[in-house]
Design a protein around this ligand. Sequence first.
Ligand code: ZN
Length: 208
Amino acid sequence: MKALLLTDIQIGFCPGGNLPVPEGDQVVSVANALIDGGQYDLIVASQDWHPPGHGSFASSHPGKQPFEMGELSGMPQMLWPDHCVQNTSDAELHPELKSEEVHFIQRKGENRRVDSYSAFRDNDKAHSTGLADFLQERGVTELDICGLATDYCVKFSALDALDMVPGIKVRFIEDASRGITPEGVSAAIDEMRARGIEIIDSRKVLKG
Ligand SMILES: [Zn+2]
């Protein structure tokens, strides 16, 4: 059973959104080609879904600016602009993404006191979203991951998939992903590769 995880392909992470990833919108057509390619039995999308005043927002920390380090529930926390607030357009999946083909949407980041880069669990690893069980129950043995942003939510999701779904094989689709900084992307790719995640591009998937 082969699954595709489309990570946080949301308006908020694309140019014009509240936390834009450079060229973030360019993953949409690649993601759609992967969806149309017919290689996947199951397609899952994750959605950053924060309540107003979430603890990862710089605006929740008096005197702090976005992209400064702060602290959240005793853990170091990168402070972000307010983004992907529940029931705002910023939190919607990109309108051109073929979301009607997505079988399941995994929301994350709903707890104000902890951030959740990974689609599988919160950053403190104390609370799971249930996605690992969901994939395991459906017999998923191969998971391809792409989306936004490579150096945060994509990387953390890929590593957690390995840690939380026994026996799963994970691949990262580079051209269907974008990151916040080039250094961050390169470090994330090194880290994923070191853990045995194969780095591929969409042509490899579509060739079958
Ligand atoms: Zn977030």
